[in-house]
Design a protein around this ligand. Sequence first.
Ligand code: ADP
Ligand code: TRP
Length: 322
Amino acid sequence: MTTQRALSGIKPTGDPHLGNYLGMIKPALQLQKKHEAFYFIADYHALTTLHNPQKLREHTYELVATFAALGMDIENHAFFKQSDIPEVTELTWIISCITSKGLLERAHAYKDAIAKQQEVNHGLFSYPVLMAADILIYDSNYVPVGKDQKQHLEMTRDIAIRFNHIFGETFVIPEPLIEDDVATIPGLDGQKMSKSYNNTIPLFTTEKKQRKLVMKIVTDSKTVEEPKDPETCNVFALFSLFATPEQQKALAERYRTGNMGYGEAKQTCFDVINEELKQSREVYFEIRQDFQKLDGILEAGRDKARPVAREVLNRVRDHVGL
Ligand code: ADP
Ligand code: TRP
């Protein structure tokens, strides 16, 4: 393990799905072997859209259980709640004073909300500033995220560079880590898998429910006999992210030969997903009920992360003259 730090966050706004798993959770967990890992539940960010305390608490516990079941190593790394580190809100204020309004007006999430004529609260508008504070307050070197977070990372770098320019070397400039081949996972309808599109396959649900959802993935209407194109098929796209190269080759051949219906392809797809997830699914359902354990994980994470945040915030206060 190097002394470099990887940091990432995920919002407790719904059941984690296969897009979150492949785009962020799995690559982030793999990084634990290489770097120190600080991963957190972005509950302050969730408040920009979720105004239901019971749901917020449930989704928070779901995420702790999810990361623990998938092998988050809490002995050597930290898993915590964003709101357990209030220093991050102070840093948000300080850096917001050198962030131009124009930069925030270019954010995709803000522009989308305006285009859809949704109400925009101030939290949503300043979302990227809080996210920059999340990253900069731990001197993070690497930030593993899905492709949709790329712009937020660019803004974080802009803010850090500008701050360093005005106040002298203060922040580490972070690098995004975005996996190219899993950049955007398609959902049931072929669009990006997202809670907002209602097209997700949950990461941890019963085997039966997960199979049923895989069976619902939209395909074209070719008959069983017709040859099919694996390159343009949503089922094959999802399958490839869980299958070995040999398994991919074998199924691609069956597509091209014909005499295989999409039902069978979907079953094969579910089998590889299940193979990868079945063991962690059992662990997940077990620890999801163990609140003492879940709280313990968050407390240990907080105790590791908070001193780092304190130190960086002291440096910032000193550099700006507070
Ligand atoms: P959602 O779009 O479902 O609300 P989030 O915004 O909470 O998901 O995303 C949490 C993490 O999962 C982010 O790092 C994001 O980039 C990643 N992610 C979400 N959906 C996908 C997807 N379809 N493909 C790849 N990564 C994704
Ligand atoms: N905005 C991220 C998302 O929607 C969540 C997040 C908040 C985050 N703070 C972060 C991700 C810091 C990486 C680093 O998924």
